[in-house]
Design a protein around this ligand. Structure first.
Ligand SMILES: Nc1ncnc2c1ncn2[C@@H]1O[C@H](COP(=O)(O)OP(=O)(O)OP(=O)(O)O)[C@@H](O)[C@H]1O
Length: 284
């Protein structure tokens, strides 16, 4: 992150994402009101802020799962505002989702295959189409098995996803998001509900994604995790970016301390890597 100023809306050397004037209201409540935001390619960037700050809404809007009331944004130089969610994912920007009830009833491998690109077999007609489709399926299966091995879930490939532990589910959510070989993954609270034994493993997966060139944007509440792995931190409060910078900049930013870090500033995470209830402890 050399060169970037720790200031709201600062320009980045090689932004993968640039957003301008992104707004989303629900009735009279402005959930997101971001004037300008750039995310540097190849970094781990954290999006933090108190409950209700607009983090999830911003994720939803950028990834086409919710509509913005206003705003323009580009990803890898291409206009993305107005794109439907599946197109956003196809073009390299993928967010993780908690496994829905329906997905928990499928096997781990089925979950992976459902996240594969080109789930459009029905569009192909005739023998040539079927042949192409079979090739695509084989490639998807190979990629799924490779990713499951990487995330140490290969032994569980035929298990029902609902039988996985909280941490294993997070690994599966991450593995699913990589089926489309994204340029940027957006992780929504990757550590929530993860037991201590798996926290370190998840952290290593996130940093190795970055080291391989994937940009990571994540929402998280655990301050130890945020300060430990982020190259850059963006702080939202009441829908607006109130600060951004390196971990050291954010730690010492009085506005952030007042709005978010509060009395817990610089204290070790009292909850450790416990359940989700523990993880939310440091919030106002
Ligand atoms: N679909 C919706 N309808 C009405 N209000 C909503 C909707 N989604 C979000 N909001 C409101 O928008 C604001 C921002 O919510 P959002 O979930 O984006 O915050 P957040 O920073 O992700 O919070 P948390 O850390 O608790 O997950 C909140 O006041 C929330 O109640």
């Amino acid at each position: 992150m050399s060169g970037a100023e720790p200031a709201v809306g600062s320009g980045k050397a090689d932004p993968i994402l640039r957003a301008d004037g992104v707004r989303r209201s629900f009735g009279g409540l402005t959930a997101v009101d971001v004037d300008h935001l750039e995310v540097q390619r190849g970094t781990i960037t954290a999006l933090i802020g108190p409950n209700g700050a607009g983090k999830s809404t911003l994720f939803n809007v950028l990834t086409g799962f919710d509509r913005a009331d206003a705003g323009e944004w580009t990803f890898q130089g291409r206009k993305f505002n107005g794109l439907a969610g599946h197109k956003v994912a196809q073009r390299g920007m993928v967010r993780t989702f908690q496994l829905t009830k329906a997905l928990t009833r499928l096997t781990v491998l089925e979950n992976m295959l459902l996240a594969a690109p080109g789930q459009r077999g029905e569009r192909f007609f005739g023998a040539f189409g079927r042949w192409m489709w079979t090739g695509q399926e084989a490639a998807n299966r190979e990629r799924a098995l490779e990713l499951l091995a990487r995330f140490k879930l290969d032994a569980k490939k035929d298990d029902i996803a609902g039988s996985l532990s909280g941490g294993q589910r997070k690994l599966l959510e991450m593995a699913r998001s990589l089926m489309v070989e994204p340029a940027m993954v957006m992780l929504d609270e990757p550590m929530a509900g993860v037991n201590p034994a798996l926290v370190q493993s998840l952290l290593e997966h996130i940093t190795s994604l970055r080291d391989e060139g994937t940009t990571v944007l994540f929402v998280e509440h655990d301050m130890d995790v945020i300060m430990g792995i982020s190259d850059w931190i963006v702080v939202l409060a009441q829908g607006q970016v109130i600060a951004e910078g390196r971990p050291a900049d954010i730690r010492s930013n009085q506005q952030v301390i007042d709005a978010y870090l509060g009395a817990h500033h610089d204290e070790p995470d009292a909850g450790g890597a416990g359940d989700e209830g523990d993880r939310k402890e440091g919030q106002p």
